[in-house]
Design a protein around this ligand. Structure first.
Ligand code: MTE
Length: 317
């Protein structure tokens, strides 16, 4: 995404979780005993790659549009940690994603540290979903993600009742990711959702694309996919999930709040301050009209009910 002015920053539930997951977590928590002490779950740091491929396609999430070619989806990517061009896939190979210790903390019963490969085993069977993806820059793609409903992670984390939001954070390794040496960006990349959004059936944690493990440039080993929101919400290579009662300030929101809001729901009626949002360029060819909530109105409109009924045009941006 292009930012007009550089600022001088000083700092740099349709799927039910199997009961066994819940019980395992309980048992782990009991075994760990001490509350407030980080618990290392699994066998990290000597971990194995994520397995479970190929995933089984969930027929509920198919799509009428043609799939984007794997080549386009894996070579035309936004990953500012590796530079602001779309052609960063070679640079991203430098990132070591195994082992990959993820921290789940904040307003949860117990802080958990777990390797990505162990975490996915706790999140149920891997499934494949075809989703549309609409970047705020007005290009779009349709791809098969493999992963798990985010709601499974919420259950695994065991949030306290006062937790209202989930803040997610990407790695910070400037020696590997040269973009992170650009100190005017507020690294690390941060995104957030309300817990209710994270529990929506469409919110997905992807570990694969086109039936294989995610490649680094697409957010290995684990990334968010929220297809009714502009693509920048779908944070890549997540290292930390923090449950909180404060609305997180996202990376792009800090840089340019009028252009990249917290909600960022796809909305053809609200233009970006510098370009229209009513059409999109489909990777691979052609343009099509952009749909409200990127075509997922039926699944997500309830989340924004008052705004939705008040005035569609003012829907969160
Ligand atoms: N996550 C991180 N950590 N860094 C980024 O620069 N770019 C976002 C999002 N997640 C980004 C990120 C943007 S702007 C988009 S459109 C999508 O990732 C792109 O996902 P894709 O490259 O897999 O298509």
């Amino acid at each position: 995404m292009y930012i007009k002015k550089k600022k001088s920053w000083e700092i740099s539930e349709n799927e039910i979780t199997p009961e066994t997951i819940f019980l395992n977590r309980r048992r782990l928590l009991q075994t760990a005993g001490l509350s407030g002490v980080a618990m290392l779950v699994g066998k990290s740091p000597f971990s194995a790659p994520i397995d479970g491929f190929p995933p089984v396609r969930n027929q509920k999430y198919t799509i009428e549009r043609a799939l984007t070619s794997e080549k386009d989806a894996t070579t035309y990517t936004n990953f500012y940690e590796f530079g602001s061009s779309k052609n960063i896939w070679r640079k991203a190979k430098k990132l070591n994603t195994d082992p990959w210790v993820i921290t789940i903390d904040g307003l949860v019963e117990q802080t958990i540290q777990i390797d990505a490969s162990d975490l996915v085993k706790k999140l149920g069977g891997m499934e494949e979903r075809l989703y549309r993806h609409r970047c705020v820059e007005a290009w779009s793609m349709t791809v098969p993600w493999a992963g798990f409903p985010f709601s499974n992670l919420v259950k695994f984390a065991g949030p306290k009742p006062e937790a209202k939001y989930i803040r997610m954070e990407t790695f910070f390794e400037p020696n590997v990711a040269p973009g992170q040496k650009q100190t005017w960006y507020p690294w690390p990349y941060v995104e957030g959702l309300t817990i209710n959004e994270a529990r929506n059936e469409l919110a997905f944690l992807a570990v694969g694309l086109y039936g294989k493990a995610l490649q680094n440039q697409n957010g290995a080993p684990i990334r968010l996919v929220v297809p009714w929101k502009y693509g920048f919400k779908s944070i890549k290579s997540i290292k930390r999930f923090t449950f909180t009662n404060e609305q997180p300030r996202s990376f792009w929101e800090i840089l340019s709040p009028k252009e990249y809001g917290f909600w960022a729901n796809v909305n053809p009626w609200v233009p970006h301050p510098r370009w229209p949002q009513d059409r999109e360029r489909v990777l691979g060819g052609g343009t099509v009209p952009t749909q409200l909530f990127n075509g997922y109105e039926e699944e997500v409109a309830y989340l924004y009910k008052s705004e939705y009924t008040d005035n569609k045009r003012r829907l969160f941006y």
